[in-house]
Design a protein. Structure first.
Length: 177
């Protein structure tokens, strides 16, 4: 019963808050000066962010079980939700992959070539000693030997380039495995 009252109160507060936000949005939209309108929207955004932060702190997850709760009935007591187990990969494993990590720390990675193959169009397919496989994206000629140490570096617009320290030539590559 207490849980239903808490839920109803939270819904009532959120609908009143959203009605206030809608009114403030309309007031901001009616401003004719672009700078004043932008300042108004920015201030409104900050208040919404602050209220979202306080709501997240006020509403905590409650686990519902089949057994009735008898011991502690204070509203501040909550049972924490089970945490998901996440296996983290090393930055080297994620380098060049389609992982949406917020921040990758590696900008340049040195690897040893394990095998060099060409596809029917002449593009290189490179396997490295750490298990990664990369494929050439451009049509430039680039000679590599097994056992040679190369680097792969981040380039513009999310692309990657492969090169060696002994040459001033690079090719564009994409990680496939």
């Amino acid at each position: 019963m207490r849980l239903s009252w808490i839920t109803a109160a939270a819904i009532l507060i959120s609908t009143q808050a959203s009605a206030g936000v809608e009114q403030e949005l309309l007031a901001c939209a009616q401003k004719s000066d672009k700078l004043e309108r932008l300042i108004c929207f920015d201030a409104l955004t900050e208040t919404v962010k602050a209220s979202q932060g306080s709501k997240a702190a006020a509403v905590t997850p409650v686990a519902v079980s089949a057994a009735p709760a008898v011991a502690n009935t204070s509203p501040a007591s909550t049972v924490p939700a089970p945490q998901a187990v996440v296996q983290s990969k090393s930055a080297e494993d994620e380098f060049g992959g389609n992982f949406k990590a917020e921040e990758q720390t590696i900008e340049k990675l040195y690897m040893e070539v394990a095998s060099v193959k060409k596809d029917p169009y002449g593009a290189l397919k490179l396997s490295f000693s750490n298990g990664q496989v990369w494929k050439q994206n451009d049509s430039r000629r680039f000679k590599l030997k097994v056992g040679e140490t190369v680097y792969i570096e981040k380039a513009a617009l999310g692309s990657y380039i492969l090169g060696t320290d002994s040459r001033n030539a690079t090719i564009r590559v994409k990680r496939i495995k």
